[in-house]
Design a protein around this ligand. Structure first.
Ligand SMILES: NC(=O)c1ccc[n+]([C@@H]2O[C@H](COP(=O)([O-])OP(=O)(O)OC[C@H]3O[C@@H](n4cnc5c(N)ncnc54)[C@H](OP(=O)(O)O)[C@@H]3O)[C@@H](O)[C@H]2O)c1
Length: 292
């Protein structure tokens, strides 16, 4: 596929979580082609150094930086935000992209269900901690990579950590629904600040996603492989939301294939969003930071 990129991101600073592989790497590459300064985040320093160097030579953009962080630890997320602020005084686009599906239930260092910690709580906290400089950089953008799988999800307030009846689909569906509830609620809270907040489904994309699954999920991913799109194609909606003039004032929406789409009924429930927000604040220790 040939994709042409303009230079509309010159002078913009973009942070992308989960940027060493799959959709995140291709999003970083597309935005680097457009001239952005891109800050890559993922766990492995070795991988980050390699990918930053590859992207510099592929895009001829030297402004590729990286910050290592295992996002499943809330303490690490705090360090990431403070490391970023030591280097930069603005953030034009935050792309909360990192996410996984986990076969067997396990917990993060903070004792939280792992998928919820990585796919939602880390990004809830990171966004809160960076919100002051994101607001100062307005017009600026927050983009949350969700999934169509959110339609399988439900927020079970009696068992958020899925201690009973864990399945990978239940955990992933809840976390990806959480991404959308967070997007809509944050957009409401940030209206009139010049910060837009949107989320997306990237498509079924051939990446490392789900590599550790077994059973039904493994079979599903295996059978879907021939119909999956490349990571480069899968990055296009994230790149579009980060850079297109068409969406400068669009906020609180869910996208797929660069088009606004409807998300599940539960995702629009403001009572669920508010209650879940309060739980996310408690779990991340963030108090009122997300308020306007
Ligand atoms: N692929 C699909 O079909 C699909 C469909 C719908 C939605 N999505 C969503 O798209 C997003 C990207 O997925 P992908 O398919 O590109 O997955 P991927 O190929 O597995 O890439 C995941 C990225 O996240 C990083 N990562 C994983 N655990 C991390 C942690 N604890 N801390 C920091 N970084 C971590 C990985 O880097 P390291 O391992 O180096 O840390 C890697 O850069 C996810 O949110 C996923 O839910 C994917």
């Amino acid at each position: 596929m040939t994709t042409t990129y303009n230079d509309s991101m010159i002078g913009k600073i973009v942070m992308i979580t989960g940027a060493t592989g799959g959709i995140g790497r291709e999003t970083a590459k597309g935005l680097a082609y457009m001239g952005a300064t891109v800050v890559l985040v993922s766990r492995s320093t070795e991988k980050l150094i390699r990918v930053a160097s590859e992207l510099k030579s592929e895009t001829r953009n030297d402004h590729i930086d990286y910050l290592p962080c295992d996002l499943t630890s809330m303490e690490n997320v705090r360090k990431l935000a403070s490391d970023f602020k030591e280097r930069y005084d603005r953030l034009d686009v935050l792309i909360n992209n990192a996410g996984e599906i986990i076969n067997e239930r396990r917990t993060s260092v903070d004792g939280y269900e792992y998928t919820l910690a990585l796919d939602h709580l880390s990004h809830f906290l990171l966004t809160a901690l960076l919100q002051d400089i994101i607001k100062r950089s307005a017009p600026s953008k927050i983009i949350n990579v969700s999934s169509m799988a959110h339609i399988l999800g439900h927020i079970n307030f009696d068992d958020i950590m899925i201690e009973k009846g864990y399945t990978p689909g239940k955990a992933y569906g809840q976390a990806k629904l959480a991404n959308i509830l967070f997007t809509y609620e944050l957009a409401r809270r940030l209206s009139k600040t010049g910060v837009t907040v949107n989320c997306l489904h990237p498509g079924m994309v051939r990446t490392n996603f789900g590599k550790d699954t077994t059973g039904a999920w493994k079979l599903f991913l295996l059978l879907s492989k021939p119909f999956m799109i490349s990571a480069r194609k899968g990055a296009q909606t994230s790149i579009y939301l980060a850079s297109s003039p068409d969406v400068v004032s669009v906020t609180g929406k869910y996208f797929a294939k660069k088009k606004e789409k409807k998300s599940s009924k539960e995702s629009y429930d403001e009572n669920v969003a508010k209650r879940f927000w309060e739980i996310s604040e408690k779990l991340t220790g963030m108090g009122q930071t997300h308020q306007e």
